[in-house]
Structure formats: structure tokens, C-alpha cells
Design a binder for this molecule. Sequence first.
Ligand code: UD1
Ligand code: UDP
Length: 386
Amino acid sequence: MPTTTSSPGGRLRPLIVFGTRPEAIKLCPVILECQRRRDAIAPIVCSTGQHREMLEQVLGYFGIVPDIDLGLMKPGQTLAALTAACLESVDRVIMEEKPDCVVVQGDTTTVMAAAMAAFYHRRPVVHVEAGLRTGDLAAPWPEEFNRRVAGIVTDLHCAPTQRAAEALRRETIPESSIRVTGNTVIDALLHTVKQQRSDDSRLREKYPGASGDSVVLITGHRRENFGGGLAGICDAIAELAASHPGTEFIYPVHLNPNVKGPVHDRLQGLSNVHLVPPADYPEFVWLMDRANVVLTDSGGVQEEAPSLGCAVLVTREKTERPEAVEAGLAELVGTDRELIVRRVSEEIAKRRGGPSATIAENPYGDGKSSGRIVDWMLESWSGQLT
Ligand code: UD1
Ligand code: UDP
């Protein structure tokens, strides 16, 4: 493992890099934990700005203002252009800031490029949510590639589950570099859900459809579902909306033009389908808490929704998060119209009457993951600081 440089004041100075909504949701609890331990650790918070509006929503809620904002989002840019811009920009930040280590989370372009930039500077990498694998570079695409690249140069692999740790061991990562920390998404979720339940009058007004006793919540943005897959999902939703007039279908639509355009083209104007902009994180948590069925291809939603007692139907052929499926808390339905219609209809019939009031035990974490991650960073490097 590369050693760290000395930091002024003897505090560990990690550069914490994120760029998209899910990375921010999962790293804000880590940043807040660093703030609670400011005597020992002084993070430099860097947003690549891979996302804009969807990132601002999260940072605003957690009250985090990045020290550095690289503002990289450009509509319609290619993955190669984004990767190049990210690599060059994070390279400059590392040169200027000379952090002790670089912390990344998940599997986006930001994660892959920031981990590479750290490697080129011989800076240690901490990978939060390490070891997720489908074994298929095409699904999810390009995320399976991004996380494997990050994994090659990582020093501290913070695995969310035992299964993720096993995947890293199979790749011959040394045992001393792997720790099962849980997923910080559950830290964020538990922090939020109680607050949202305590006072939801504003949200009931904003989302009147969500107050009914049959609610289906939908998200979708995977690149491998663009085109035919997304069309199959939308056609299924249109058919379900017609056959279940007493059910409200709430769909916060991702801002990627490859999603937004086709979804609006196919679903606009149906009276019980509500196409709404991306929800603020606490609002989305509240919507999950209200929903009977969640239909999603999101990674983060697969982890969160099982806590909230709704049926989770995953519009993917493969998942790197099989724990919920194995526990009977989620199910893969792919993008086939008929299968989606059948499974959503069955779950609507079963679950009418509102979601469960308790927060179920979750296979992905216990809400204490950020503390474990910060502990491990301090254990690993604070002794070397002056
Ligand atoms: C990215 C990640 C994906 C992650 C997802 C979370 C990559 C390759 N993909 O996908 O792994 O699951 O974020 O949501 O890293 N846009 C806006 N405003 C925003 C965000 C996006 O207008 O706040 C539009 C822009 O036109 C942008 C496009 O969406 O160019 C695509 O954004 P990008 O980050 O490249 O990919 P996502 O599909 O969001
Ligand atoms: N989310 C949100 N608003 C929405 C939809 C999702 O705040 O309208 C949150 C959700 O709770 C989860 C995260 O965004 O924590 C998932 O992000 P996304 O689905 O964009 O990416 P993925 O997890 O698939 O990488």
C-alpha cells in the first residue's frame, strides 16, 4: 500500500470525489462522519459535476458544499469525452491539493477516472461499495467495467456485504485490503426516513397520487435498457395503468435525454401515470415508503426499497446486488412487457392497503457503515501523519 504524505496539523486529508446523484447520497454520510471527527480528519470535498441538478438536490438536503466543483456536465457528451475531462480535472486537483488518499464510491465514470488519477499520482484509493460484480461487462454497462478498474487500483476495499468481499477474494485482493463495512446508502436512508414520516403534509400536497392505497413507483435509466428495453417497460406501464385505474403510477423521470424523451413520448397524458421531475432525495424516500410496488433498474433503489416493505421488481436481466433477491425481497423481471404486466398486477393485488409501517432488516447495511469506513481510514494512515 503506498504511504501517505504528512498533513498540516496531523489530520488525515482524504480527497472525497463524487459526480452523480447516487455517489453523493452514499458519500454524504461519510463526509458528515468526517465532520464529526474533525480533530482527526479534514476531507477535501470535490464534485466532478458529472450531474448538475440531480446532484444539487442531494447536496442541498445534506447541507454539503463541495470545496471544489469541476462542473463537467455537458449535455450529450460521449463516455470517452467525459472520462477524459474527468481524468484531467481530477489529476489537476490531486496535484494542487496533495491529498493523503482519494475516496470514491460505486461505479460511475467519475469513480473510474478519479481512481485512475489517484493511481497515476501513487495516492492510495479507498473504494466505497467495492466488490459488486455481475461478471458481465455488458450488464450493467459501463458500470461493471468502471468498478473493476477502480478495484484494480484500490487499497481499502469497503465491501457492503460478505458476498461482495468474496468477489474481491476471488480476484486475489489481499484479505488485509478488504473489510465488510455495509453500504452507506442505509446510513442515508435511516437518517431520512424517520424525518420524512414525522411530517409529510407538504409531500401529500405535492404528490396527491401517493396518498392512495395503491401506488407503483417507477425509476429507470440504465444505458443497456435504452431503446427496446425502455420501450418494453413503458408499454407495460401504459397497459398496467389502463387495467388498474385505481392505482397511481408515479414516475420521477431521470434527466438523461435518452430516458426523458422516450418516456414522455410513450406515457404522457395517461391520467393515472404521473411523470414528474427527479424527486429530491427525502421526497423520493417518502415515495418509496408510500409505494406498494417499486419497478426499477436503479442500483441504489434495489438496496433501499427492501427496507420499506414494498415489492421490488427489477427491470434488469442481471444484478450485482443479489442479496435482496436471495432473501425474497426483490425479483428480476427484465424488460419483457408481458412479464412486467403479470408480476406488477400480482403484487398490486397482494399489497393493496398501504406499505408496512416498520423498517425491515436490510441485507445491505445497518446504518453504521460510514463510521466503519472512517475508522478504517484513520487506522490505516493516521499513525503515519506528523
Ligand atoms: C450516470 C452513471 C450511472 C449512474 C447514474 C445515476 C456513468 C457512465 N453513468 O448515468 O452509472 O447509475 O448516473 O443516475 O457514469 N443530466 C442532466 N442533469 C443532471 C444529470 C444528468 O441534465 O443532473 C443529463 C445530461 O444531458 C447528461 C446526461 O443526463 O449529459 C447523462 O448524464 P451521465 O452522468 O453521463 O449519465 P447518466 O445516465 O446520468
Ligand atoms: N433517487 C432520488 N430521486 C429520484 C430517484 C432516485 O433521490 O427521483 C435516489 C434513490 O433514493 C437512490 C439513488 O437516487 O438513493 C439512486 O440513484 P440512481 O437510480 O440515479 O442511480 P444508481 O443507484 O442506479 O446508480
